[in-house]
Write a protein that binds this ligand. Structure first.
Ligand code: ADP
Ligand code: MG
Length: 341
């Protein structure tokens, strides 16, 4: 074989495959939690390069013609879906993967259907009940469950669609009329909220990564509340997540410490995580938030499909505990990609 020919073959086998990393569109009005997606895009970018792909980062605009022309220009092998909000609206989270499916594009993370069912917290809770997955008692203005509030029960008011503790008040309520009033007022402002029983106890954020397309429950992260005054509800608020100078940020801490006496609880949590993976047909990467009551019974608060993977994220902290490298995580997510539609 002539030298020139050999080089041609070599060059051809090293042609890198393009990947588009689509993230939530960012504007001047974007808040810290929205801007975090850029860190995540950067994380995927760097690791895809290490895996020999040619990635490009683009904001996702809801404009079918624009997306089609971007696909024609870059001709990606697949798309990384980091779209969480559109114009800051969490309710729009399933729009991007629906469009990817419409265009028959392979994309990372969870399917449009799984994303929709989990990000609508009321639909998710209805499904938890149907499949006997424990979740705190709740009601909304639209659900038909009977509203009976016991004397010793406290309720917090949560957004049906938002994440990152957006809109979560650090207040608990016990009065049914007051709660209904507050829910109606939220609705008048165009916000859908519901009431959920406050579980006074430990909190766990449990990350799951698909390993060879099976769910691998990563080491459990307990969120510890340090020196919270007695009267202050133990809630991982928006401040606790995003405002470094706040009391809540400085007095909450992630811990991976385990104790022998938790072994029964931990196997129950693992069992619930694997059940959730099956019930919601999950893929790639997920984080489940739990609270544990005084009787050591676990309750699922929510399922986060495609949770944030940036350098300071809880998901990455959990993978570090399991000694998984960054490129290993990304290759496993690619392996479990959505392509069955
Ligand atoms: N029923 C509940 N009991 C106790 N704490 C809760 C409850 N629901 C939410 N919280 C607190 O609020 C935080 C945010 O609620 P969550 O349901 O995880 O929504 P998101 O993280 O999507 O905003 C939780 O991490 C937890 O600290
Ligand atoms: Mg949460």
């Amino acid at each position: 074989m002539l030298l020139g020919q050999k080089n041609e073959i070599k060059k051809f086998s090293f042609v890198k495959k393009n990947v588009i990393i689509y993230h939530s569109p960012i504007s001047e009005a974007s808040t810290k939690d929205d801007l975090d997606v850029l860190e995540e895009a950067n994380f995927f970018f760097q690791n895809l390069q290490k895996l020999n792909y040619q990635p490009i980062i683009l904001p996702f605009e809801v404009n079918l013609q624009q997306i089609i022309s971007e696909i024609k220009i870059h001709y990606p092998e697949f798309v990384v879906n980091l779209v969480e909000t559109i114009n800051g609206n969490g309710k729009m989270i399933a729009v991007a993967p629906l469009i990817f499916e419409h265009l028959k594009l392979k994309y990372t993370g969870n399917s449009a259907e799984s994303i929709f069912k989990t990000s609508d917290k009321l639909i998710a809770k209805d499904l938890f009940l149907r499949y006997e997955i424990p979740t705190p008692k709740y009601f909304s203005l639209t659900t038909s469950n009977e509203i009976n509030i016991e004397k010793n029960e406290q309720f917090l008011l949560k957004s049906r669609w938002e994440h990152a503790s957006i809109g979560l008040e650090n207040k608990l309520f016990n009065d049914k009329t007051l709660i209904i009033n507050k829910l109606e007022n939220y609705l008048k402002e165009g916000k859908e909220f519901f009431a959920e029983k406050y579980i006074d106890g430990r909190e766990f954020n449990i990350s799951i990564l698909s390993l060879d397309s099976k769910p691998f429950v990563l080491p459990f992260a307990e969120m510890k509340f340090i020196d919270f005054p007695n009267e202050k509800p133990k809630i991982i608020s928006y401040d606790a997540k995003w405002n470094e100078n706040s009391f809540d940020y400085q007095h909450t801490q992630r811990s991976f410490e385990t104790s022998e006496k938790d072994s029964e609880l931990f196997s129950e949590l693992k069992f619930i995580c694997e059940k959730i993976w099956k019930v919601f047909s999950l893929r790639g990467y997920v984080r489940v938030d739990f609270r544990i009551d005084k009787n050591n019974s676990p309750y699922v608060l929510e399922v986060n499909t495609n949770p944030c993977i940036s350098l300071d994220s809880g998901f990455l902290a959990a993978t570090e505990q399991a000694h998984l490298s960054h490129t290993e995580i990304i290759s496993q997510i690619i392996k479990d990609m959505n392509k069955n539609f």
